[in-house]
Write a protein that binds this ligand. Structure first.
Ligand SMILES: Nc1ncnc2c1ncn2[C@@H]1O[C@H](COP(=O)(O)OP(=O)(O)O)[C@@H](O)[C@H]1O
Ligand SMILES: [Mg+2]
Length: 252
């Protein structure tokens, strides 16, 4: 149930790249413990909205508010520190590094806290903490001291998602996380999303796989040509009406 408070809000955001208007007057509210499905055809503006939410891009117009406070992210790191984690469509892990090094990569702020306590962060401790973090979000990785290059595609994806979900304290944004995954692995990703929701995080889930969206979300937001054309409880859609809304055959 989405009884939580508004965590993250987009107010009247527009974004243009030169003469390309990628988003026009987009507004939405993400509540604690809510999973929003963000869908739309290629070029609809999904990734642009993700970039605005994650601090990678600044809106041309409009604002974002986290916990009711207007925020202007100067970089993705700002959003990260504030508790907004994003797994990009094309985000990769560093293949030559171990699973645990990947989990800690770019987390200087967090590992410094640990360093302060421990004096130094021993490799063994890092391996253990990485393993615990992944386990906490429901991801089983055989050995966190293994190099990522030794993992299967599905396992890599699981590590990338586990890393993002385990560090997120408020919001997690997943841009097509089940792409290229087999049915079983996709099922695991959906379970991780359910678990994040139970922890009270707000989740934005982007996918072209409509059955996944219908299965795991509370609300669906449909973008078409940079505008929101539908924002309604998932229970009000079925596969046909959702596809129709995305393509513009149905006006919702
Ligand atoms: N860096 C960019 N420069 C110019 N145009 C862009 C850029 N990124 C996206 N666009 C354009 O913005 C629109 C929205 O793209 P995008 O947000 O990637 O959509 P989606 O993720 O829904 O496929 C498209 O017309 C796309 O070509
Ligand atoms: Mg995209």
């Amino acid at each position: 149930m989405t009884t939580g408070k508004v965590l993250y809000e987009v107010k009247n955001v527009s974004k243009n790249y030169g003469s390309v208007q990628a988003l026009t007057g987009v507004s939405l509210k993400l509540h604690a413990g809510e999973v929003i499905g963000l869908v739309g055809d290629n070029g609809a503006g999904k990734s642009t909205l993700v970039k605005v939410l994650s601090g990678a891009h600044q809106p041309s117009e409009g604002v974002v508010e986290l916990d009711g406070e207007e925020r202007r992210w100067d970089s993705p790191h700002d959003a990260l520190v504030a508790g907004v984690e994003t797994l990009y469509q094309d985000s990769g892990l560093a293949p030559h590094l171990s699973v645990s090094s990947n989990v800690f990569l770019g987390r200087e702020k967090f590992s410094k806290g640990l360093l302060g306590k421990l004096g130094f962060l021993a490799q063994k401790d890092m391996d253990r903490i990485a393993h615990e973090n992944l386990e906490k979000v429901g991801i089983a990785v055989p050995q966190s001291n293994r190099s990522v290059s030794q993992l299967s595609g599905g396992q890599r994806q699981a590590v990338a998602i586990g890393r993002a979900v385990s560090w997120a304290s408020k919001v997690i944004i997943l841009d097509e996380p089940t792409n290229h995954l087999g049915a079983r692995q996709a099922g695991e990703v959906l379970a991780v999303i359910q678990q994040a929701k139970k922890r009270g995080l707000g989740v934005i889930f982007i996918s072209h796989t409509l059955p996944h969206v219908l299965q795991v979300t509370d609300r669906i937001v449909v973008l078409r040509l940079g505008k929101i054309v539908a924002d309604a409880p998932t229970s009000t859609f079925d596969a046909e009406s959702l596809l129709g809304t995305i393509t513009g055959l149905i006006e919702k």
